[in-house]
Structures are given as structure tokens and as C-alpha cells.
Write a protein that binds this ligand. Structure first.
Ligand SMILES: [Fe+2]
Length: 302
């Protein structure tokens, strides 16, 4: 089993918190800000899924939730890392580590859940061969805050095997799909998921891309459904933000995706309808084409 339950947040520094705040609201977050910290949450119970400090534009790191206090304490001991109190809403405690590329990786436990914002699910979907909505109209009441939760983060790494070892050793992640270029020995990277036994988790929580240099690739936030995703798409289009890729459906992970660039150049993704795997779903290999191509939608990863 993994020592982490899920990804909790991504953290950045940006020079214009006001501009970033507006983007985050248009993206579908509920935000809170102080003089030098911006926090954003979704409708699920995480106090925050996105953090930005005042500073030069930079990706700082990732926060994971430990599976238990015992797991966090064991990690702290193994890493000789100090357990510190979290000075943010919900409190809790955390350790801070550094991955092979210098990204800060925080692992937290005991953060009090925030009140969940109720989301009214849309009526059933009428597929051609499966008509489930009978005698009922589609009424949509999308929340202003379309984002539900953080699903995954993608990092470009200097050496894929080094980074993979680092994350797997500490957190017990499982490979869902390893991506190869031309031959299976020539590995580019891998989609990694949490091991929560028979419980189903996202197809990937972390995707490491052996790019030869380190960098933030993107973070992806889950929305309730397709309607929410398209509503979000139109809101961001009206805001005249830079669109990167989508709307489309990935082959690996099956998510319907829509990628946007924030005002400071960082890519954030809206997704819905992703695959859920458990310990029995196995580990697979896939060619690069399966990463770049789509089930439908525009071809070509930006
Ligand atoms: Fe993604």
C-alpha cells in the first residue's frame, strides 16, 4: 500500500497575485488571499488544492496526503525530516522533502477537512443504446466554482529512472502505463498511481516525463462532468486566456481534457471522466503515439 493517499496541492510563486486570483476564479476555484499568499480550493473537502506565494514566477512543489500518521512518522524518520505544524487553514502536520530535481515535496496529515460544497449532479445521460433519462429535461445548475479536486501533476524530470525510484521508494506508487519511444527499452516516462489496495484511484496521480531537464509540465483539476468542462471552457475563452490543447479525450487515462495557460505561463488542465484503477489493474507499457494521440479531439500535445 502507498504511504500517500492522494495528491493534495500544487504550489507556485507568482509576481501578480491579483491577476492570478482572477484567473483562478475564472478557472473555477474558490480563492482566498492574504498579502502574500493565494489559496484556492475546489468543491471537495480539501482546504486548498492550489497555493501561490508572492515572488518570481516559479513552480515550488507538490503536497501529498499521507495515508496515516504512522506512515508520515515513518517517512519523517527515514528521511530525517522534521515534522512541522501546518500554518494554514485546517492545520495538521507535514514534512518537506526535496526530489532529485529540487522540487519541494511536502507530505501532510491531519488537515481538518473543509466543508464540502454540494454539487447537484446533472440528470442521467441518454446514450444511443442506453437511454437512462426518461420523461425528464436536462436542467443544469453549475456551481460558480467548477473545480472539484486536484487529480494529478506532471513533472518534466532530468532522469526518469532516478525520479521514478525516488517517488516509488518513498510513496509506493504503482506504474499504470510506462511510455516508450520506438522500442520498449527506450523509456520516456510513466504514469504513476497510488496503491490503495482494492480501492479505486485515479489512473495517475503523478506523471514523470524524462525530458532531460526539470520543469513543471501541468497540474490537472477534476470537474463534475462534461457540461461543467464545456462551461469552464467557454468562461476561460471569454476571459481571453491562452488555450493550449483540447477539448479532447486522452487514450491513456481516458480523461476528457482541456488545457489552459495561466497569466504566469503555467499550464493547468480541466478534466473529467478519467479511468479509475486499483491494485488489480496492473502495469502496462504503451508507445509514445498513445500519449500524443487522442480518442477524439485535436491531435498533438503542445
Ligand atoms: Fe494531465
Amino acid at each position: 500500500m502507498s504511504s500517500i493517499k492522494d495528491i493534495l496541492y500544487v504550489k507556485f510563486s507568482v509576481p501578480d497575485l491579483t491577476k492570478q486570483d482572477q484567473f483562478l476564479q475564472d478557472f473555477g476555484f474558490e480563492t482566498r488571499s492574504s498579502e502574500n499568499l493565494l489559496m484556492a480550493r475546489g468543491t471537495d473537502t480539501s482546504q486548498y488544492v492550489y497555493l501561490a506565494e508572492l515572488g518570481e514566477p516559479a513552480f515550488i512543489g507538490i503536497g501529498f496526503e499521507a495515508s496515516s500518521l504512522a506512515d508520515l512518522e515513518a517517512l519523517a524518520k527515514r528521511e530525517n525530516a522534521a515534522l512541522e505544524e501546518v500554518q494554514l487553514p485546517g492545520e495538521g502536520c507535514k514534512i518537506a522533502l526535496e526530489d532529485p530535481d529540487g522540487n519541494i515535496v511536502e507530505v501532510a496529515f491531519g488537515i481538518d477537512p473543509a466543508a464540502k460544497h454540494e454539487v447537484v449532479p446533472r440528470p442521467a445521460f441518454n446514450a444511443g443504446t442506453k437511454r437512462l433519462r426518461l420523461g425528464e429535461r436536462v436542467k443544469l445548475s453549475p456551481p460558480k466554482n467548477l473545480v472539484k479536486r486536484l487529480g494529478h501533476c506532471v513533472l518534466n524530470v532530468v532522469d526518469f529512472r532516478d525520479s521514478e525510484r525516488w517517488y516509488k521508494d518513498r510513496f509506493g506508487l504503482i506504474t499504470s502505463d510506462e511510455i516508450y519511444i520506438e522500442s520498449e527499452e527506450n523509456v520516456l516516462g510513466a504514469f504513476l498511481r497510488c496503491d490503495r489496495g482494492k480501492d479505486y484511484v485515479d489512473h495517475h496521480t503523478l506523471f514523470l516525463v524524462g525530458a532531460g531537464e526539470s520543469g513543471f509540465n501541468h497540474a490537472a483539476f477534476e470537474l463534475e462532468d462534461w457540461d461543467s468542462l464545456m462551461i469552464g471552457h467557454d468562461r476561460l475563452k471569454q476571459g481571453e486566456y491562452e488555450h493550449r490543447w483540447g477539448v479532447g479525450k486522452h487514450i491513456l487515462g481516458s480523461q476528457v481534457f482541456d488545457y489552459w495557460r495561466d497569466p504566469h505561463g503555467f499550464s493547468l488542465e480541466h478534466f473529467t471522466d478519467g479511468d479509475l484503477f486499483n491494485v488489480d489493474s496492473g502495469s502496462h507499457v504503451a508507445p509514445l503515439d498513445d500519449l500524443l494521440n487522442v480518442l477524439w479531439g485535436p491531435q498533438g500535445h503542445p
